[in-house]
Design a protein around this ligand. Structure first.
Ligand SMILES: [Zn+2]
Length: 305
């Protein structure tokens, strides 16, 4: 009885918050979206379970990995095997379409607004969905780019064609919809041919992914331009009615999106903060009155907006 009452109350509260968010979206001069890993997970980019087994069952058997992350961190003894693993990983998470239309929903919500996106996601989903490239800042890199692992220079390189060659060399077929398919009864190779192993065109050292994992991360020209555009967008709007819309950002790397959104909401008179998160929707006391917190599945919340 008690729990039922509690559920009813929290559902009512949730609906109220959704109505409030609709109003703020309609009234906002600008919307700054901050997105984290949970958004891609909600779009169906899961790194465990059936999706992991479908593409990595051979690595699961050989090494006992339970999810894509652990296989990504493993120190393989040869670069041929390293790239066999990583090419599948990159292909399915960067070049295949998201199974569920979560990003599309978000795009429909803001496409006619003055918006900007700040994200720690590296899977390119915003661009693939149609978000304006000039209004995006990918702070942590992109699975679709290589860089020198040292790095000896600050350029990045598009990796789509070589990643395709690597997965095809393992026996996979890419169908007309871009899906990665293993022909029936075939078992994939767990190495790529040595001549596909990427090397820096300047120093010959191995290439790595352009992902912020440590101090070797390359911030190329595109990264700096996006960073400037974001700063400029904030400068132009700081005295206006800005909605900071945080979507599925966890507490793993809270400084980039979450803490900066809190700080600006606190400092900017007319700013509003909205936190959409499954189980972790929260705003500190200092900005509570200017905040909308909605706990729930991000896909379902977006459906209701
Ligand atoms: Zn180099």
């Amino acid at each position: 009885m008690f729990s039922k009452m509690r559920i009813t109350k929290s559902t009512e509260n949730c609906l109220e918050q959704i109505e409030k968010l609709k109003e703020e979206l309609a009234q906002a001069d600008a919307v700054v979206i901050g997105a984290g890993a949970g958004l891609s997970a909600a779009a169906g980019f899961e790194y465990t379970g059936e999706r992991f087994t479908r593409y990595f069952s051979d690595f699961e058997v050989k090494y006992g990995f339970q999810d894509m992350y652990s296989g990504g961190f493993y120190p393989y003894s040869t670069p041929e095997e390293h790239w066999a693993y990583w090419s599948r990983y990159i292909y399915i998470n960067r070049y295949m379409d998201a199974p569920k239309p979560v990003y599309d929903r978000l795009f429909q919500l803001v496409k006619d607004q003055d918006y900007f996106v700040l994200t720690t996601n590296v899977d390119h989903c915003f661009q693939k969905t149609g978000f304006d490239k000039q209004r995006l800042f990918y702070t942590q890199g992109d699975y679709g780019l290589f860089q020198c692992s040292r790095p000896c220079h600050q350029n990045t390189y598009d990796n789509e064609s070589v990643i395709r060659e690597m997965v095809e060399a393992q026996g996979y077929v890419i169908d007309t919809d871009g899906r990665l398919i293993l022909p029936e009864d075939a078992s994939p190779e767990m190495i790529v041919p040595s001549d596909l192993v990427p090397q820096c065109p300047k120093c010959g050292e191995p290439m790595s992914m352009n992902l912020r994992a440590d101090h070797t991360f390359v911030e190329d020209e595109g990264w700096h331009l996006a960073s400037e555009r974001y700063a400029e967008f904030l400068r132009r709007h700081q005295n206006m009615k800005v909605l900071f819309l945080e979507a599925a950002v966890g507490f793993n790397t809270p400084t980039i999106v979450k803490y900066s959104f809190w700080r600006m909401t606190y400092q900017w008179k007319d700013a509003v903060y909205a936190c959409l998160n499954y189980g972790e929707a929260y705003a500190p006391d200092e900005i509570k009155k200017k905040s909308i917190c909605i706990n729930g599945d991000i896909g379902e919340i977006l459906d209701q907006l």
